[in-house]
Write a protein of this length. Structure first.
Ligand code: SAH
Ligand code: SF4
Ligand code: F3S
Length: 455
């Protein structure tokens, strides 16, 4: 069996990897480590002993990029102190800015999301006078044959990328430009990867794509769609939990919803980014659904799975957003009552349709106050949702020790709510039943009602 944990070797050259952005980037860093381990590198947590420093970057909002610019200053200091250290920028910012990153920032290597197989060659060819770059995007690359080397600490929960790129053109979004066209990965390689993780003690896999509902593999023996893939992965073992993200409201199908209901081990949680509650904004964002369509999908999900967790993404202050548009977002939130949400101010991304077509005209202070209202409302809804769980008992997959208290464990319910409780002899990877005694807006607090021997 292929070793999926980082290799140890005192004398090998060391690579230090920092990762920003989404879960797909986290998984990409694991693919990169796999490629570099085959070249003899081992992973280090300590930047000071690395001969290669890589930063896997995100371009989704300007502040994501600003954070990386700040880090590049740190890496420049490393190069000054330890000549010979190589610094590479990979991922979405590498793809967006290309040679602009080479100009003035003491960067040796620039590699886009589809160029990770080229890294060994780029590293070999780099000299102080000739930095190396590969930012070609591919129509086929899915890294299907590469077994990611897992960098998580818990050994319980892992990401599996099932597709890459995105064919939607949401007008605000940079992803189609940094990740290229959508392509699905061979389902057999996905199932094999999940089986291998299960055999290594993992108990949860999250299937990742920008729009998982458009997953489609055209194979010699027939097509596999996302519902089909879910059933294949869920069939590996009832002890393996399956999660997925991101679902697109325009594409999530009745088949996916009924497959979720059919398998106990497919977690009852859907991340369904709505972005806005206003039809005018949704149209301008090119999301290709309406408020009414979105609410119908939510009603369908809840009619089939009443206990299904629902989370979302919301953008405040998109181009031309009026106070009424904003109120429409708040009223949609009231109608749905999401369990949790990721909420952002609109950040114009150069080269996107919105940047070319619509002025970024909502003043910064208005964006901020609208975002604050959205955050406050969501805080109330999250607390209300968690409050409804007090007194109930949930099956929780233990992920590790609570950050705040070493005598407590944490894990998640099927609806993706984080739960903390006294350890009582249990450990990461165990399934336990937890009775919820109290809550905050972010966490359920409970006691384990499963005996130590698991009964
Ligand atoms: N593929 C997913 C989301 C990918 S990006 C989907 O379609 O929903 C994650 C989230 O970042 C988006 O859902 C959106 O809410 C936010 N986002 C994307 N571009 C943004 C921008 N230019 N400004 C602010 N938020 C943005
Ligand atoms: Fe961006 Fe839209 Fe694609 Fe999501 S579906 S990655 S928001 S373009
Ligand atoms: Fe960021 Fe790229 Fe992911 S822009 S959100 S790292 S796909």
């Amino acid at each position: 069996m292929k070793n999926i944990r980082p290799r140890q070797d005192e004398n090998a050259p060391k690579v230090y990897i920092e990762t920003y952005g989404c879960q797909m980037n986290v998984n990409d860093s694991e693919v990169i480590l796999s490629i570099l381990q085959d070249e003899g590198y081992v992973l280090t947590d300590n930047m000071d002993e690395a001969s290669l420093i890589l930063v896997n970057t995100c371009s989704i909002r300007d502040n994501a990029e600003q954070r990386v610019w700040g880090r590049l200053e740190q890496f420049r200091l490393q190069k000054n102190r330890r000549p010979g250290v190589l610094v590479g920028i990979v991922g979405c910012m590498a793809e967006r800015l290309k040679d602009k990153l080479l100009d003035s920032h003491a960067v040796d290597i620039v590699a886009g999301p589809d160029s990770y197989r080229m890294l060994p060659g780029l590293i070999r060819n780099v000299t102080p006078d000739s930095p190396q770059m590969d930012v070609a995007l591919s129509h086929e690359e899915t890294y299907a044959d590469i077994t990611p080397v897992r960098m998580d600490r818990n050994g319980v929960s892992a990401y599996i990328s099932i597709m890459r790129g995105c064919n939607n053109v949401c007008s605000y979004c940079i992803v189609p430009y940094t990740r290229g066209v959508e392509r699905s990965r061979d389902p057999q390689t996905i199932v094999r990867e999940a089986e291998e993780l299960f055999a290594n003690g993992y108990r949860e896999v999250s299937l990742l794509g920008q729009n998982v509902d458009s997953y489609l593999w055209k194979g010699a023996s027939g097509n596999v769609d996302f519902a089909g893939l879910l059933a294949m992965v869920a069939g590996i073992s009832p002890e393996l939990r399956v999660r997925f993200s991101t679902s697109h409201p325009k594409d999530i199908s009745d088949d996916v919803i009924s497959t979720m209901a059919e398998y106990d081990n497919i977690c009852k949680h859907i991340h369904l980014p709505v972005q806005s509650g206003s039809n005018a904004m949704l149209e301008k964002m090119r999301r290709k659904y309406s408020r009414e369509w979105y609410l119908e999908r939510v009603a369908k999900i809840r009619s089939v799975m009443p206990e299904c967790g629902l989370s979302t993404d919301i953008i405040a202050g998109f181009c031309g957003e009026t106070q009424q548009d904003h109120l429409d977002t708040l009223s949609l939130m009231e109608e749905v009552k999401f369990d949790y949400a990721f909420m952002f101010q609109y950040s114009e991304r150069p080269g996107t349709l919105a940047a070319r077509k619509y002025p970024d005209d909502v003043p910064a202070d208005v964006k901020t106050s609208r975002l604050n209202e959205i955050i406050a409302l969501q805080g109330r809804h999250s607390l209300e949702s968690n409050g409804k769980d007090v007194g109930k008992t949930f099956r929780v997959l233990v992920e590790g020790t609570s950050k705040r208290n070493a005598d407590e464990l944490f894990g998640r319910t099927t609806a993706n709510k984080v739960c903390v409780f006294p350890a009582g002899g249990h450990k990461a990877g165990d399934y336990v039943d937890v009775k919820v005694l109290s809550c905050t807006s972010a966490t359920l607090i409970g006691e384990c009602v499963t005996a130590r021997d698991g009964r």
